[in-house]
Design a protein around this ligand. Structure first.
Ligand code: HEM
Length: 399
């Protein structure tokens, strides 16, 4: 018999569509490697995400047994009521109005990156999809654009390290010990911006909003601020890179999709949702069960770890007809669980969608139909992060 499916093993967690279908067909809840309970179907997945009293976020995406101190936790690692208060701050900093005001910057940055491409061949991940989201985050936070590449390197190093699963690297335990330079950079920016605000500088960037806002009449403690800034830098960076890469890959291998989008640009919005549904940049969400319950009629005990498989639920035939197929005009694609659901639903979704719409639109505008093609012999290689799905490279040549 083959080994059980392991969502925490990068070699097994991606391209597991056949395994996930088998698990889904067998029942709404599967027991997979490490005694994890994997929720396979859409209705049960939404049910778990809705029920924050039974399913806790405290362990986040960490491997079983790894505990993170509260002050070091990302928003997605907090439970109500602390989560409710901190999330309000984060959402206020990232409103649709803030995103809308950023759109001209996204468009001009996309154009500049495309202008800088070499003429004949280039890797779209290294030169475009991996760069654009980072530039946007730096702009939103009001950080110096000259620091962009350094910050992107730190964020990528973190995401590809043992840290997301274990909360430690060889350098130490916890963010500040494992990534001292990255943590020091964020702390310095917070101190600098706090001093500027005190001196009457009223520029309105996301960092200023986070510093100014209060939870229960108190400003956020410095360590929590640092965690939220890290959340914005790492949460929106590689995920949006994967979205851009996954959709551009589809365009490169499906001329009929490219033709449809060129004929009717309004279809780009549904193409983005369909890409998110079929190839979710974030494959699953992790919860800890804190009281005995059942999922789809299967008993689950307090203390068990529950993994909500967005990658599986998004292909549940009970909700999505012909669920494995890319239908650019699918009318319910946006019901996918790729941004989560309920209390923790992604506050960066509006921004990610805007970056995808403008970033992919700019590629369609810049290159003629069929002008870009994947290097001969190209093999899709996944990014090494175990909970993400996206191309590590997209080497293309201009025809
Ligand atoms: C395609 C891009 C993105 C995907 C697929 C994605 C996915 C997700 C998912 C699945 C969750 C829920 C986690 C859970 O329920 O445990 C989440 C939460 C979150 N995301 Fe995103 N995200 C994306 C982009 C962004 C961006 C651009 C930002 C910010 C700039 C961001 C910031 C956050 C934060 C702060 C949370 C925690 C929310 C909470 O726990 O209340 N994300 N994201």
């Amino acid at each position: 018999m083959s080994d059980p499916f392991d969502p925490f093993d990068a070699a097994r967690s991606r391209d597991a569509w056949t395994t996930l279908r088998e698990l889904r067909d067998a029942g709404p809840l599967a027991t997979v490697a490490g005694a994890l309970r994997y929720v396979t179907r859409y209705a049960e997945a939404r049910g778990v995400l809705r029920d924050t009293k039974t399913f806790s976020n405290a362990s986040g995406l960490k491997a079983p047994g790894v505990d993170i101190p509260v002050e070091d936790r990302l928003l997605g690692e907090l439970d109500p009521p602390r989560h409710t208060a901190v999330r309000r701050v984060m959402v206020t900093a990232m409103t649709p109005k803030v995103v809308h005001a950023t759109e001209p910057f996204i468009a001009s940055t996309a154009a500049r990156l495309l202008d800088a491409l070499p003429h004949d061949r280039f890797d779209l991940v290294a030169s475009y999809t991996g760069v654009l989201p980072n530039r946007v985050t730096m702009h939103l936070l009001g950080f110096d654009p000259a620091d962009s590449d350094q910050l992107a390197r730190w964020a990528k190093e973190l995401m590809e390290s043992t840290f997301p699963a274990l909360n430690r690297t060889d350098r130490g335990i916890g963010f500040a010990a494992a990534f001292p330079d990255f943590a020091g950079y964020i702390d310095a920016r917070i101190a600098e911006r706090t001093a500027q605000l005190a001196a009457g500088d009223d520029r309105d960037d996301v960092l200023a909003r986070l510093i100014r806002l209060e939870v229960d009449d108190d400003p956020l403690p410095p360590q929590q601020l640092r965690a939220l800034v890290r959340n914005l830098v790492t949460g929106g960076l590689t995920t949006t890179t994967q979205l851009l890469g996954n959709l551009i890959f589809e365009l490169l291998v499906r001329p009929e999709l490219e033709a449809a989008l060129r004929a009717d640009r309004a279809l780009l919005a549904t193409a983005i949702e369909e890409s998110l549904r079929l190839t979710p940049p974030v494959l699953f969400m992790a919860r800890g069960c804190v009281r005995d319950t059942q999922i789809g009629g299967c008993p689950v005990r307090a203390g068990e770890r529950v993994v909500v498989g967005a990658a599986s639920a998004n292909r549940d035939e009970r909700v999505f007809a012909h669920a494995d197929d890319f239908h650019v005009d699918r009318n319910n694609a946006d019901q996918h669980l790729t941004f989560g659901y309920g209390t923790h639903v992604c506050p960066g979704a509006t921004l990610a969608r805007a970056v995808a719409r403008i970033g992919v639109g700019a590629v369609l505008d810049r290159f003629a139909s069929g002008e870009l093609r994947l290097e001969p012999g190209f093999v899709f290689e996944q990014v090494p992060t175990y909970f993400e799905h996206g191309p590590r490279r997209l080497p293309v040549e201009r025809t």
